[in-house]
Design a protein. Structure first.
Length: 253
């Protein structure tokens, strides 16, 4: 698992001729740090970074809010056709994204959202998996806490905000990490929904590096390495929350 990542680092520090050398060399004979500077000179890399960061934060915030509210309704409230609606939401997990790509594109075209942040953010602020994960966790929180909060004068919104969410931090952290990873690495959706360079995200921008600048692998690997670093840092700091969220969410009834 580590070898491809180390190879990416090694290639990002090579010259173009050395990266094409046969047989290949793992460690470069001369460290070329200029490759990282050339990434910013040969492409609007900062714009790609900003777009990716903005879309990721917006999607994550939207999913944590909407999915937790929907999960609270399915776990705590009684309303007509609750189980049927929950099954319909879960059925979305069985539909590949490629199947609904063209219909979604047609809808966003009619809304005038193509090549805008609306197209990159709004369809991704809800997740059937997120509703399922949080519902399973919420159902494991004792209902006696809800009853005690209601006796103290809390409304159902107060129960959701003051009781359920504070006790569901591991599950929220797990969903947040999953959403960040999925949004940061998303390629197909931004590729189809954006046209201009100003709206590109990192995954699309790096792919265009290869097409625009030929097979300059050191430049390509330098860009890929810089796009990977934020996710590695996030995982190093939040791996305990991720593992705890998966473990706790998996044993809830």
């Amino acid at each position: 698992m580590i070898i491809p990542f180390l190879w990416m680092i090694s290639t990002s520090l090579k010259t173009y001729l050395e990266s094409m050398q046969v047989p290949p060399t793992f460690w470069p004979h001369e460290l070329v740090f200029e490759n990282f500077a050339n990434v910013f000179e040969n492409g609007d890399f900062l714009t790609y970074y900003f777009n990716t960061f903005f879309v990721t934060v917006a999607r994550t915030a939207g999913q944590l809010l909407l999915c937790s509210m929907a999960a609270f309704a399915f776990a705590r409230l009684d309303f007509p056709f609750k189980n049927t609606l929950f099954i319909l939401i879960l059925s979305v997990l069985m539909v590949p994204m490629q199947v609904i790509l063209i219909p979604n594109y047609a809808i966003l075209t009619q809304l005038g959202w193509i090549d805008t942040f609306y197209a990159l953010i709004v369809p991704g602020i809800f997740s059937a998996f997120g509703v399922f994960l949080l519902r399973q966790f919420f159902m494991g929180i004792p209902k006696e806490l809800d009853e005690a909060a209601i006796m103290d004068g809390c409304s159902m919104w107060g129960v959701y905000w003051r009781v359920i969410l504070p006790n569901a931090r591991p599950a929220l952290a797990a969903l947040g990490i999953f959403t960040v990873l999925a949004s940061w690495n998303d390629f197909m959706w931004p590729l189809v929904m954006t046209n201009s360079a100003d709206m590109r995200v990192l995954s699309v921008g790096i792919a265009n590096f290869e097409g625009q600048y030929g097979t300059d692998y050191p430049l390509l690997m330098a860009a890929a390495l810089m796009s990977t670093i934020p996710m590695l840092i996030m995982f190093l700091f939040l791996q305990k929350q991720l593992i705890a969220g998966i473990a706790l969410g998996g044993v809830r009834k």
